[in-house]
Design a protein around this ligand. Structure first.
Ligand code: IPM
Ligand code: MG
Length: 354
């Protein structure tokens, strides 16, 4: 199993290093993997003048799976858009056809005290957000800048979804719900947007094939509110690219820290890119304080979703649980009575458990 490793920028290299330690520990136990690193994001721009260098894309295409850290940093903010690190991640999603983004938000019982919500609201929380990842206003054309008829500057983007694009992501939603609690909530803005009207029609149509799954619909503003009012009402949420971007960050805070949330971005054949949902956090880069657990848990998702190695994924997840139970905490999840550790020490603790 060949894994392309794209550490990226900011805290990316530090957190990816911890996931690699974990994968190498599994390799010692017989997991057959081959790792190859390549520059990506700002690092890609520094090395080759491109956030997704040709050689990096080739490696990602040849590999069975891709493990990513995070991209971006203030030194790249002034670059023209095509050279910005974020374009690297958007282009690799598009090039590899990674349309299905799975973002589980699960609360570990040990972290109930660090969630910003009351324990009774979040304890036992386990939801799966499925975000469409290669369409919507992120990629819709036309987009650009122009002067309008009054000579004022104007920016514009296009929200756009085709029926097949909606159908395939909603299918993923139903399939996922079937394996869980059989509840699917489709989130849209059907009261305002044409895109959402089509989305809802198609979701209902796909739903006729899945009578075992309870399908509901919710406007995105209400969903944002319900996520902090009563998040446990959700099992699986399926939504478009931009709504999913926003709701998944919101959901992460229910679990205590965005530093805990992994993600999988899958194509139609289960090939995937795995990354934490958080960003490159340039303010804490290189300080050994970032939480590597989201990246370590992303590698567990890789074992499960691309390599179909459930037992190995479970070993990683169990190791993370046990490290938390022992009281190890990085700064973002630290509270009184627990032991504060750095990025590398957290990685070592997980490896020790494995
Ligand atoms: C995410 C990030 C990206 C996105 C950025 C870095 C382009 O916020 O993966 O959620 O908006 O998709
Ligand atoms: Mg985001």
């Amino acid at each position: 199993m060949k894994i392309a490793v794209l550490a990226g920028d900011g805290i990316g290299p530090e957190i990816v290093a911890q996931a690699l330690k974990v994968l190498r520990a599994l390799a010692k136990d017989g997991l057959k993997i081959e790792l190859e690193e390549a520059p990506f994001g700002g690092a890609g721009f520094d090395a080759h003048g491109d956030p997704l260098p040709e050689s990096t894309l080739k490696l990602a295409q040849q590999a069975d799976a891709v493990l990513c850290g995070a991209v971006g940093g203030p030194q790249y903010d002034a670059l023209p858009r095509p050279q910005r690190p974020e374009q690297g991640i958007l282009r690799i999603r598009k090039e590899l056809g990674l349309f299905a983004n799975l973002r589980p938000a699960m609360l570990y019982p040990e972290l109930v005290g660090v969630s910003s919500l009351k324990p009774e609201v979040v304890s036992g929380l386990d939801i799966m957000i499925i975000r469409e990842l290669t369409g919507d206003i992120y990629f819709g054309e036309p987009r650009g800048r122009r002067d309008n008829a009054r000579g004022e500057r104007e920016g514009y983007d296009t929200m756009r979804y085709s029926e097949p694009e909606i159908r395939r992501i909603v299918e993923v939603g139903f399939q996922t719900a079937l394996k869980r609690n059989k509840k699917l909530c489709s989130v849209d803005k059907e009261n305002v947007l044409e895109t959402s009207r089509l989305w809802r029609e198609v979701a209902n149509d796909v739903g006729t094939k899945y009578p075992q799954v309870a399908l509901s619909h919710m406007y995105v503003d209400n969903a944002a509110m319900q996520l902090v009012r009563n998040p446990k009402q959700f099992d699986v949420i399926v939504t478009g690219n931009m709504f999913g971007d926003i709701l998944s960050d919101e959901a992460s805070m229910l679990t205590g820290s965005i530093g805990m949330l992994p993600s999988a971005s899958l194509d139609a054949n289960g090939k995937g890119l795995y990354e934490p949902i958080h960003g490159s956090a340039p303010d804490i880069a290189g300080k050994n304080v970032a939480n590597p657990l989201a990246t370590i848990l992303s590698s567990a998702m890789m074992l499960r979703y691309t390599f179909n190695k459930d037992e190995w994924a479970y070993r990683v997840e169990a190791a993370v649980k046990s490290v938390l139970a022992q009281g190890y905490r990085t700064a973002d999840i630290h509270e009184a009575g627990t032991q504060k550790v750095g990025t590398a020490e957290m990685g070592d603790a997980v490896v020790a458990e494995i």
